[in-house]
Design a protein around this ligand. Structure first.
Ligand SMILES: Nc1ncnc2c1ncn2[C@@H]1O[C@H](COP(=O)(O)OP(=O)(O)OP(=O)(O)O)[C@@H](O)[C@H]1O
Ligand SMILES: [Mg+2]
Length: 458
């Protein structure tokens, strides 16, 4: 801590008392000297007199607030200069103390100032961690589809545009939503998330828009909704496809006008909120099915980010495997396992219906099981074969008049269709998946009379 007072006797008394209380104290007799010391090293607390020749403590306070905002300033004022104390507090002092300084009071006050300082540091650290967590640093993937996603995030983050994120479960929708928030000008503001699929209709409405006291049984006081909580920041509407019709109308109105009323209220509430939505549903289909409003659909589709499923960016699998392998080895205090080429191939071949989340959980288990050794194919029992379309597995009941040969044909036919579907209709790729040559595949397609119409492209 740095003590500034032009009165030598005061400096000496303070330093003796503070050193006795284990504080590390530096002394200065004037503002200029204090500023020099501040430039040389950093101080948690500055304790300063107000009236000093050659520069007042209040001017020193102003300097410190601008150049060393992390240093807490405590001001000492003479009895009868309460005005100075008030001025100091207004100018950002952490606290003030009246002279002559009482030892006990001083120690108590410094303890408080230091504790606040520690909390500030912790907050800054947490902020940093959150930014790290949701920054690009932790987003793994350099495949073309992921690079396209990063470009879209870059393009839209620092704007107020509504963003819709689409993708299967576990593809990183929430991660991307946070990345957008933390790369926007609203990063210091709140990031409020609502899972729209988790609440029944009536609760969702008041969760989003809040309610007035007495608006329904149990509404004993006014309640602030998520839109209000997110004021100045970002509201993340997760599973937006689950929003029931009545709430869809209200949502559309807010998105269009920026104002809304709390449930049971009439006063319009205005907020400054950037909205990011995510869904794993195909909203266009929902519109066709009549479960999602077309006008809301168009409103949400201003900027659309589609996250590719993991099986469409298998090149990223080795990167993800090593990322998670490192992460979980550190977390669980295990030596990082090595992985055989064959095991890596089998991980790359898996269809990962749960996408990155599935891979992440798989790697956590594997790191624990491998115990620092090598991951081999033998250790991959949990990797299930790609999910089969319904009806692929056959039982003896399925053996029809054609007997075994025809039943086998049926299985073969379905496997080929599945491979073609996954390969997006590219025969060479489908053949590779099936472990046969392209001409062999072609022959089988002809023999089984498989037509392109049999394939549904996701
Ligand atoms: N590109 C990535 N790099 C590293 N980890 C990722 C990546 N994408 C997702 N993850 C991780 O995978 C997990 C699932 O991601 P997230 O929760 O964002 O998925 P989601 O699309 O919101 O899934 P759901 O639809 O089930 O809610 C998280 O632990 C996340 O940190
Ligand atoms: Mg999610």
């Amino acid at each position: 801590m740095l003590v500034v007072d032009d009165d030598r006797a005061v400096r000496t008394a303070l330093s003796v008392n503070l050193r006795k209380a284990q504080y590390d104290v530096a002394l200065a007799s004037a503002s200029a000297e204090a500023l020099q010391l501040l430039r040389e090293s950093s101080y948690d607390v500055l304790l300063t007199d107000v009236n000093m020749p050659g520069g007042s403590g209040l001017d020193l306070l102003a300097e410190v607030r601008t150049h060393w905002p992390d240093t807490r300033v405590v001001v000492m004022t003479g009895f009868g200069s309460v005005k100075d104390a008030v001025g100091a507090m207004k100018a950002g002092a952490a606290d003030y103390i009246i002279k002559p300084v009482e030892r006990e009071e001083l120690l108590l006050l410094l303890d408080r100032a230091l504790r606040t300082r520690a909390l500030q540091r912790e907050l800054a650290q947490l902020r940093h961690e959150v930014t790290e967590k949701y920054g690009f640093a932790n987003m793994i993937g350099i495949s073309a589809p992921m690079r396209a996603v990063y470009e879209q995030v870059e393009a839209v983050a620092d704007s107020n545009a509504l963003v819709l994120i689409n993708g299967e479960t576990g593809t990183g929708k929430e991660l991307i939503a946070h990345a957008i928030h933390y790369r926007s000008r609203r990063a210091q503001g709140p990031m409020v998330a609502v899972n729209c699929g988790a609440l029944p209709e009536s609760l969702l409405e008041s969760e989003l828009f809040g309610h007035e006291r007495g608006s329904f049984t149990g509404a004993t006081r006014q309640h602030q909704g998520k839109f209000e909580q997110a004021d100045g920041g970002t509201l993340f509407l997760d599973e937006v496809g689950e929003i029931p019709a009545s709430v869809q109308v209200r949502l559309l109105r807010v998105l269009e006008g920026g104002t809304f009323t709390r449930v049971g209220g009439e006063t319009p509430v205005k907020v400054d909120v950037r909205v990011i939505c995510a869904t794993n549903r195909d909203l266009r289909k929902e519109v066709q099915a009549g479960t999602f409003r077309a006008d809301l659909y168009y409103r949400l589709h201003v900027f659309h980010i589609k996250l590719p499923p993991l099986r469409e960016r298998r090149d990223d699998i080795p990167l993800l495997v090593s990322h998670f392998s490192k992460k979980f080895s550190e977390r669980h205090l295990r030596k990082e396992p090595t992985i055989s080429a064959a095991a890596m191939r089998s991980l790359q071949a898996h269809s990962w219906p749960g996408n990155i989340r599935e891979l992440e959980h798989f790697m956590e288990r594997t790191v624990l099981l491998a115990a620092g050794g090598e991951i081999t194919t033998a250790q991959l029992p949990e990797v299930e074969p790609p999910a089969r379309p319904a009806g692929t597995s056959v039982s003896i009941e399925d053996i029809g008049p054609g007997g075994l040969p025809s039943a086998l044909d049926q299985v073969e036919r379905q496997l080929i269709i599945e491979a073609l579907t996954e390969a997006g209709g590219v025969q060479a790729q489908a053949a590779r998946k099936l472990g046969i040559s392209r001409s062999n595949l072609n022959y089988r397609i002809g023999r089984l009379n498989i037509r392109l119409q049999d394939i549904t492209f996701g």
